[in-house]
Design a protein around this ligand. Structure first.
Ligand code: ASP
Ligand code: MG
Length: 430
């Protein structure tokens, strides 16, 4: 059994979906659990539907949803060469469900509605891919992953109930392989015990695939991407990047933690726990070697690994009346960050101050600052970049920091992290 994951970019056009079919056909007789994401940028478009709905701009939300429906139906018609197929009824049902949601008054949290609306991207993409594959002679079963992935109700970042899910994998998923070698499931989504749909966090399909690989004891997981493999930096941000042929789970988990966008950070643990290798392969050219991520990879020859997180904010907290920031105060501060669901990317503290760097999410920051402001003076500085380099070399660091002002710096033997100022961004006292 192998687990394959295809992301939005590999499903963004008719040609690409047909091409995915070719890749799958290159593994005849293999049992494949295929996890697919929403097509192209559908998730971003559905996020706009959710936002407009929640701001009570119902007509805009409905129009945006209609556009998504039209694009998908049109694509499905072209793939199948007809508009008469049970797929169209299935698609209709998914859209009608969201239309009902849009008809409601938003009385629950935004995150709840977000999940009810945005999850549709994966449902419709997998329904289309599954119908097209069967039409093209690639026999498969479509799986509603919400019958299998049980989670808590932490909407937009739901946590998987491992025991329930493992049991459902055994009783629902494994039997599906009795009558076909291929099962197609949605990434990114799941369901609570109240049958409410949840999502697992943006880009969560990698994680879904990792959980499946673990629970099915797969021999490997492959993430098919539009890049040649796992690179030492984002080629959109840096010139001269190189593909890394092999790398360990722990290196990748570090990089994902620091913000590398290649693989969802939660993906590694379920694979590492069962020693299942993860391949990152290029779907545009399946014969390229790509990268293998595994426990015993040879990391001696690793180049410097660079992660750049843009749009960062430095929050600086000072106690009022010059009271020391002691352990109890730090724990209070952490509690506030936790309650506001804000992740700290880098932190430092002094006698009467505490500084940290976080992603710029204006809604969360507003809440956070309000909460911190009760006991502390708060300053913030936005428009920053957080640069992380593992296996750094001084010359490279000099190059990467030219014309940058460094606001925070942390170095360990292997890793350096620098919070840098891009342009003149004034700190403002609240
Ligand atoms: N479609 C979701 C997203 O774009 C999940 C994924 O692609 O993994 O975030
Ligand atoms: Mg995606």
């Amino acid at each position: 059994m192998k687990v394959f994951k295809f992301g939005g970019a590999s499903l963004e056009s008719i040609e690409r979906i047909q091409h995915v079919g070719k890749i799958v056909q290159a593994f005849p007789g293999e049992k494949l659990l295929i996890v697919a994401s929403a097509m192209g940028k559908t998730t971003n478009e559905l996020e706009k539907v959710a936002q407009n709905f929640f701001m009570r701009k119902r007509e805009i939300a409905a129009q945006l949803l209609y556009n998504i429906e039209q694009q998908h139906v049109h694509l499905a018609e072209q793939l199948l060469g007809t508009n008469e197929h049970p797929l169209f009824t299935q698609l209709q049902q998914f859209f009608t469900e969201v239309e009902w949601t849009l008809g409601e008054k938003p009385i629950r949290t935004y995150d709840y509605y977000y999940d009810q609306i945005v999850s549709m991207g994966e449902l419709i993409s997998t329904a289309i891919v599954s119908a097209y594959f069967n039409h093209a002679g690639i026999s498969n079963n479509w799986l509603d992953v919400r019958d299998v992935f049980r989670t808590d109700d932490n909407f937009r970042d739901a946590n998987i109930d491992w025991d329930y899910t493992q049991n459902a994998v055994n009783t629902i998923v494994k039997p599906l392989f009795n009558n076909s070698n291929i099962v197609i499931a949605q990434g990114f989504i799941g369901s609570t015990d109240q049958n409410e749909t949840v999502t697992l966090g943006r880009e969560g399909s990698d994680y879904t695939a990792g959980v499946f690989a673990n629970m099915l004891d797969a021999e490997s997981q492959t993430i098919w991407k539009d890049v040649e493999g796992f690179k030492n930096a984002d080629p959109k941000l840096f010139p001269n990047t190189v593909v890394i042929p092999e790398i360990t789970f722990s290196e990748v988990i570090e990089l994902a933690y620091y913000g590398a966008q290649v693989i969802h950070p939660k993906t590694i643990k379920p694979l590492q726990n069962k020693q299942i290798p993860l391949y990152v392969k290029c779907f545009l050219d399946k014969d390229l070697p790509g990268t293998v991520i595994k426990e015993d990879a040879d990391v001696k020859k690793l180049p410097p690994l660079i992660v750049l997180k843009k749009n960062q904010v430095l929050i600086s907290v000072k106690s009022r009346n010059y009271a020391f920031i002691t352990e109890d105060k730090i724990s209070d501060i952490y509690e506030i960050f936790h309650a506001c669901k804000v992740k700290i990317n880098l932190m430092q503290n002094g006698a009467i101050s505490f500084s940290c760097c976080i992603d710029n999410n204006p809604d969360k920051i507003e809440l956070l600052i309000k909460a911190l402001h009760v006991d502390f003076k708060v300053k913030y500085n936005e428009g920053l970049e957080l640069l992380t380099v593992r296996h750094y070399q001084p010359e490279l660091l000099r190059e990467l920091t030219t014309d940058r002002q460094i606001l925070l710096e942390q170095r360990s033997l292997k890793t350096v992290q620098l919070l840098m100022k891009l342009a003149v961004a004034e700190g403002s006292v609240l």
